[in-house]
Ligand binder design. Sequence first.
Ligand SMILES: Cc1cc2nc3c(=O)[nH]c(=O)nc-3n(C[C@H](O)[C@H](O)[C@H](O)COP(=O)(O)OP(=O)(O)OC[C@H]3O[C@@H](n4cnc5c(N)ncnc54)[C@H](O)[C@@H]3O)c2cc1C
Length: 600
Amino acid sequence: MGNKLIDMRDAGFILFDQLKINNLFQYERYGDYSEESVEMALKAAEKLAVNEYYPVNGEGDRVGVVFADGKAKVPEAYFSPYRKFCEGGWTAPSESYDLGGQQLPIVVNFVTQMMFFAANQSLMVYTCLTHSAGKVVEKFGTEEQKKKYLEPLWSGRWGGCMDLTEPGAGSDVGAIRAKAIPRDDGTFLIKGNKLFISQGESDLTENLVHILLARIEGDPEGTKGLSCFIVPKIRVNDDGSLGEGNDVACTGVEHKMGMKGSATASLAYGDNNDCVGELIGGRGKGIVTMFHMMNEQRVVVGIEGLSMGSSAYLHALGFARERKQGAAFGQKAGEQVPIIEHPDIRKNLLVTKSYVEGIRALLLYTGYCMDMVEVSESEEERQKYGDLIEALTPICKAGGSDRGFDACVAAVQIHGGYGYCQEYYVEQLLRDSKITSIYEGTNGIQANDLMGRKISMRGGSAFETLVNEMRKTIEAAKSDALLPYAKEFEACLELALGVTAKLRDEAKGERAYLAYTWASQYLNVFIDLAVAWMLLDQAAIAEGKPTAGLAEADATFYAAKVCTAKFFIKSVLPQIKGRLSAIEENDDAILAMTDAYFTD
Ligand SMILES: Cc1cc2nc3c(=O)[nH]c(=O)nc-3n(C[C@H](O)[C@H](O)[C@H](O)COP(=O)(O)OP(=O)(O)OC[C@H]3O[C@@H](n4cnc5c(N)ncnc54)[C@H](O)[C@@H]3O)c2cc1C
């Protein structure tokens, strides 16, 4: 078995056979890359993840973040791997050369992120947020702001964080109360409190850059009145050197069920009337500015969840091959066999494998779309890939996080009592991975986004672009061997589209409340359809490989691809028919269920 973090054979198959990323190398931006150099980059990331990130993950979980005297102390063991990560240029590898990046295709960087998250989620969260903070500065900052903040962020010398959440404003971002009061020199005095801020305080870096949402005094209520600010922990002089402290006080860190090595801070700004922030992205444009960072982060959180599910699956597979219990199926007595032989375990492993591989492909497909937006020369093509990203973002976020968590649950179950014990990595993975369905917009909010925005976006044409891509895969898979599977997927897709049309209307009319009670169910239907889409595509590629001269390992890999797709499409996907039928029925019993009926 490989590294037990991510199946690199599968990742390579997705990159080079399914997405054919060699196409990207013809564009100037990625012209310095080749299949060989991408493989070298992946090997370097794998080495760092396996040898540096993974070994300190257990310690980070045990030691956690310690809060004392207003400081958050990050586990000591994280410092050395963090430095190596930064020295290797992994903080912003896909950014342009002139900004200190390596112009590594985004899709390739997604694979490296999958390894780092699987190896050590807590440590990875620090660098991901730093990258996102830098992205806001790059996209919306003035030249002066870029000069001051970009290099320290993307080199990892400073950390970045995104400060949205407040006690009264979680999902309801428009309820933010943090205030910004204009000062004579064009900067703002920031006052307010935030909580749950990842890397809101840490000693891992010499400074922190808060990208913060607040309301300029006098601006309207709701999201429209929000603006975005750069608030450094330590003020930065014009020449880039560090000045005095900035009245950002950490009032505590959370004690969490997982992700214990990540500092989740409560912050108070301006208690001494001396917290200075710089406006970024324009007054009242805070949500647009922040959403730029959040959209990228949503897909990354999908990667985060899936990565932990992937590692849990590989650990469960290894365990199921070694652990012996019971005689072979149908035998009353006899030698104990590995539990992978038992039907229930075999089925659970295959369900998990299907979701892990299908969603991994979906996430990488989305990364490829991001690359195409970056390099496409025609407006039409950019629109197409942009539409795909929009439609896929909630599916990636919720699919990666929920199915990743399910994979961790299955892995603990496959380990039996051992899975419940701390000696086994799956116990930590299960605790750590839960957060991915909660932050960056809970999965309930993702469901609302799919139903309320994405299926109607641009008159429904963005969603139609996605459906057209699915239909292309169905047509290409209508070979002799895969015809029944292509047809089953087609039938399920058409059923889902019928329900989509109904929901689209109902979500805007009198039955809107009822329609939204189904939003999560509907999102889950599309997660399953997207997995089936990716797996069918993979099966068609595997079926098309000439058998003569294939190495045995490759022949086994391709045969497994076909098997996995067939299993998922015939044995898992059809379960959406029941869910769709319930959505279509749209029975209104739930409306009669008043608050009083929920007896406690
Ligand atoms: C470990 C950790 C790290 C975090 N890191 C950050 C960070 O770096 N920066 C930051 O700003 N925040 C961060 N957060 C906060 C996180 O983004 C919020 O917890 C999340 O947005 C949900 O907000 P809430 O906790 O207030 O829950 P609520 O918004 O109160 O939601 C509670 C439940 O109600 C549901 N709900 C709420 N509104 C609706 C609605 N309109 N429709 C349907 N369902 C709804 C939600 O889906 C959820 O299930 C972090 C949180 C944690 C725990």
